[in-house]
Design a protein around this ligand. Structure first.
Ligand code: ZN
Ligand code: MN
Length: 455
């Protein structure tokens, strides 16, 4: 089988629950993961009772726009909410309030090491309740917890720009990282505050040369880790390539991922858009934004991973593939920055420090102390660790200079030999310095000093 002729064509949908204080369309507390009991953060609106009227959460709208801006999107100055109808026990109203043809954000771009991924849209909707399948008094039952019902949910949709499982994983990781930097969600895939779905198809060489998308796509849901999305795409590309090589078209359907068996399985055939019978929600007025409102949100954007990475490369020579790893934990960015600055004055190579950190030869300790104390302590600690790892001890500059001078005075014969051209004597002199100090320190540092003082 020659899969090389077939090109994977993948689009990704990511759902992110916003960490606002209250829910999307009511005043209920938004804290589904830490609720002490099921169904306590509920009211007539999020339970879908007749007559309950939704009011949009302004913070959630601002944060959605913030995400859109961080992903380089254009922000629509006019937008609205629509009803998306389907029946499921975790959806009490019988419809989900979402956005259909006027999302808040469109046309963004995310760069990955495997190529650019264009963002089609970023819109805001509400989450559903959660079904729990349990056995109660020996009977199998399904229970519903509405604590999650109507939690603000952002959906980020890409163009079918992804062409490998690795790119899909890199893209998903990048989105999680950006969301964490924006501090709008925990983006925790284990808990489900970030959820991945992939639309996967494979393109024949003929379709590719005609610049045509494949005439079908398979949606894989429930991919709750970066590893799963990579593996599910791998599996689907192989499965679909087999089918297409036999001259057939894979069924357009929704599939799930079975991690135990490492395979996807059919769930249902895919609804088309009109099955949802979208229409504007008559309870929620359309929204108009001013340019100033959008610019005010833009000003709240922090420095994002791509910008930090570019700056670190320029200032400290840190390679982008190193930054990708170091930038993952936002809480250590300030300390890393202070560390790289300190490297300059302590004759340490920031790139070397970065690689030791990445390979876990040394670790960055973050404490609860006030910020300036954390920075200094952590920097000192890392540099000390680095010297240990490199088997080089630190020494006070003045002490070293004094010892070097002593050795020069005592070893006048060797010094005369060196100055008359016997370069190999340097090794002997360095050894004498090390012996006097009683520890092994950076050889280059000693030889530089010896040379300077002998001149
Ligand atoms: Zn409520
Ligand atoms: Mn959605």
């Amino acid at each position: 089988m020659n899969t090389a002729e077939y090109t994977p064509v993948v689009g990704i949908e990511i759902h992110v629950e916003l960490a606002t204080a209250s829910k999307m369309f009511c005043g209920c507390k938004n804290d589904p993961f830490y609720a002490p009991q099921p169904n306590i953060y509920t009211c007539p609106v999020c339970l879908g009772m007749p007559g309950g009227l939704p009011v949009a959460n302004k913070k959630a709208i601002e944060w959605t726009i913030k995400i859109g801006l961080a992903l380089g999107c254009e922000i629509s100055l006019f937008s609205k909410f629509d009803r998306k109808h389907y029946f499921y026990p975790d959806l009490p109203k019988g419809y989900q309030i979402s956005q259909y043809d006027q999302p808040f954000c469109v046309m963004g771009l995310v760069k990955t090491e495997f190529g650019d991924v264009h963002i089609t849209r970023v819109h805001l909707e509400e989450d559903t309740g959660k079904l729990l399948h349990q056995t109660v008094h020996g009977k199998k039952v399904s229970l519903v917890d509405f604590n999650r019902s109507s939690v603000p949910l952002v959906e980020i949709v890409t163009e079918p720009d992804i062409h490998s499982p690795e790119q899909a994983k890199a893209y998903a990781k990048k989105i999680a990282q950006i969301i964490k930097y924006l501090e709008v969600s925990s983006a925790d895939m284990e808990k489900g505050s970030m959820r991945l779905e992939a639309n996967i198809s494979v393109q024949t060489p003929e379709e590719k040369s005609a610049n045509m998308l494949p005439p079908y796509k398979v949606e894989v849901k429930n991919l709750n880790s970066f590893r799963f999305i990579e593996r599910a795409i791998n599996y689907e590309v192989k499965r679909q390539t087999d089918i297409r090589q036999n001259g057939e078209i894979p069924t357009q359907e929704t599939r799930g991922w079975n991690e135990g068996k490492s395979e996807t399985f059919p769930q249902r055939t895919k609804e088309s858009a009109e099955d949802y019978r979208y229409f504007p929600d008559p309870d929620l007025p359309p929204l108009r934004f001013t340019k100033e409102f959008i610019e005010d949100i833009r000003r709240t954007l922090p420095e994002l991973p791509d910008a930090i990475s570019a700056r670190w490369k320029k200032m400290y020579g840190i390679q982008p593939e190193q930054s990708v790893i170091l930038l993952d934990n936002r809480s250590q960015i300030k300390t890393l920055e202070a560390l790289f600055v300190a490297c300059a004055s302590r004759e340490a190579d920031p790139q070397k420090v970065a690689s030791l950190l990445i390979n876990k030869k040394i670790t960055l300790k973050l404490s609860e102390a006030p910020e300036n104390v954390i920075l200094q302590d952590s920097v000192d600690d890392v540099i000390a660790q680095m010297h240990t790892v490199l088997q080089v001890d630190t020494i006070d500059e003045n002490e070293l200079e004094a010892v070097v001078q002593e050795v020069i005075t005592e070893q006048s014969k060797a010094v005369a030999d060196y100055t008359s051209g016997k370069q190999q004597v340097m090794g002997f002199l360095i050894g004498m310095v090390n012996k006097k100090i009683g520890k092994k320190i950076d050889t280059k540092k000693i030889s530089d000093l010896l040379q300077k003082q002998m001149e």
